[in-house]
Design a protein around this ligand. Sequence first.
Ligand SMILES: Nc1ncnc2c1ncn2[C@@H]1O[C@H](COP(=O)(O)OP(=O)(O)OP(=O)(O)O)[C@@H](O)[C@H]1O
Length: 146
Amino acid sequence: MDRHSTTTQSDLERMLCDEKVEPKALPLSLLEDITNRFSEEREIGRGGFAVVYKGVLKNGAAIAVKRLSKTYMCEKEFHREVECLIKVNHKNVVRFIGYCVDSQGRAESYNGKFVMADVVQRLLYFEYLPHGTLDKYITDASTGLD
Ligand SMILES: Nc1ncnc2c1ncn2[C@@H]1O[C@H](COP(=O)(O)OP(=O)(O)OP(=O)(O)O)[C@@H](O)[C@H]1O
């Protein structure tokens, strides 16, 4: 773990302690660090357009990191989604903590030609909810909940 991401982990720890802190952008390197480079063991769920990972900070706190599929969402749609998430601030809605857009040039061979491709990753991250999804409680009688 480099010094840069150690510093931003502390920022993230502080953000989690203070609900008034606005969502902000974090570097991909930090999200990679706290999810063990998006390892399978850290996967907590899958939606239609994303895989969700548990990110664990050095102080033991956790966040849910939603890595959007590469084919999903153009830049404009992503901006709209982030804008909506920032505006929604309610005690009954999972807290939106921030977002990440990372773009890297990658040399590829395409149709026999050398091209430099832009690989874009988009991620959103939220407060971590430890008890699974609501539908589990609604549909699974074995939970013992009414
Ligand atoms: N904040 C969170 N804390 C803990 N687990 C989460 C959190 N967000 C998502 N998950 C887990 O990841 C799964 C997938 O979440 P995601 O939001 O991508 O799916 P979804 O609700 O089906 O949404 P969509 O319809 O956008 O695909 C959830 O069912 C849940 O198990």
